[in-house]
Write a protein that binds this ligand. Structure first.
Ligand code: MLT
Length: 200
C-alpha cells in the first residue's frame, strides 16, 4: 500500500494513520504530531479510488458498504501492518490507529475481524462497519470514539451502537461528543490527545 513511515522511538507506539474519503497519507500527519510527537508513524493511502478519491474499501453508495470488499481490504490492511512492522522494525504489539471517517471505518473493521490487531484506536466519526459478525475478544484494546450529536453521515445512535458492540467484547471505550457535524475539530483532537496521554 502507498504509505509514509516516519521513525520515532522504535520500541514505543506506532500511530497508524487512516484518512477520510478523498484524502491521502499526508492529511493526518499534523494530528499524529499533536497526539504523540515521539511515536513512529505509519500513514497509509487507501487502495480504492471512487471518482478519483482514495478510500479504504468500496461502497455501493454513501453509507452503504460493499461488505465483501470491506472484508477483503481489512485483511489486506492487517497483512500490510504485519509486513511494515518487519520492514521498519517497529513493535507490532503497540500499533494505535487514528482514523477519520472512512479511515475510522476500516480501523473499526480491523477490530471487528481480528484479535490483537491494534493496541488502541482513535476513531473520529466512525460508523458500524459491518453487522451480524461475531467480534473477537477486544479486552486488551482501548478505543476513543469522537462522534457528532448532529453528524449527518454518522448518526449519533450509530456511534452509541458501535460503542456497545466494542464494549460488549471487552474493549475499553470512551466516547467524546461534539456538535460540529461530520467535521474533525481541534477540540475533538485535543480530547483524543488527553485520552491517549492517560492510556499509553
Ligand atoms: C464511508 O464510506 O466510510 C463513510 O460513508 C464515510 C466516508 O464517506 O468517508
Amino acid at each position: 500500500m502507498r504509505h509514509i513511515f516516519k521513525e520515532g522511538q522504535l520500541d514505543g507506539p506506532t500511530l497508524l494513520l487512516l484518512h477520510g474519503t478523498g484524502g491521502n497519507e499526508h492529511d493526518l500527519l499534523p494530528i499524529a504530531e499533536m497526539i504523540d510527537p515521539s511515536a513512529n508513524v505509519l500513514s497509509v493511502r487507501g487502495n480504492i479510488l471512487e471518482n478519483g478519491m482514495p478510500r479504504f474499501f468500496k461502497r455501493l453508495k454513501e453509507g452503504i458498504f460493499d461488505l465483501d470488499d470491506l472484508v477483503k481490504q481489512t485483511k489486506n490492511l492487517a497483512e500490510f501492518i504485519d509486513e511494515a512492522s518487519e520492514k521498519y522494525q517497529f513493535d507490532r504489539n503497540q500499533v494505535i490507529a487514528i482514523g477519520y471517517s472512512n479511515g475510522a471505518n476500516i480501523a473499526g473493521s480491523l477490530l471487528f475481524h481480528y484479535k490483537n490487531v491494534l493496541k488502541g484506536a482513535i476513531l473520529h466519526h466512525p460508523m458500524v462497519p459491518i453487522r451480524d459478525v461475531e467480534l473477537p475478544d477486544q479486552k486488551q484494546t482501548a478505543v476513543f470514539i469522537g462522534a457528532g450529536k448532529n453528524d449527518p453521515m454518522c448518526p449519533a445512535k450509530e456511534s452509541v451502537e458501535l460503542e456497545e458492540l466494542l464494549a460488549n467484547n471487552g474493549a475499553d471505550v470512551t466516547v467524546h461528543w461534539e456538535r460540529n457535524g461530520h467535521q474533525l475539530t481541534q477540540t475533538e483532537v485535543q480530547a483524543a490527545r488527553d485520552w491517549y496521554q492517560k492510556q499509553f
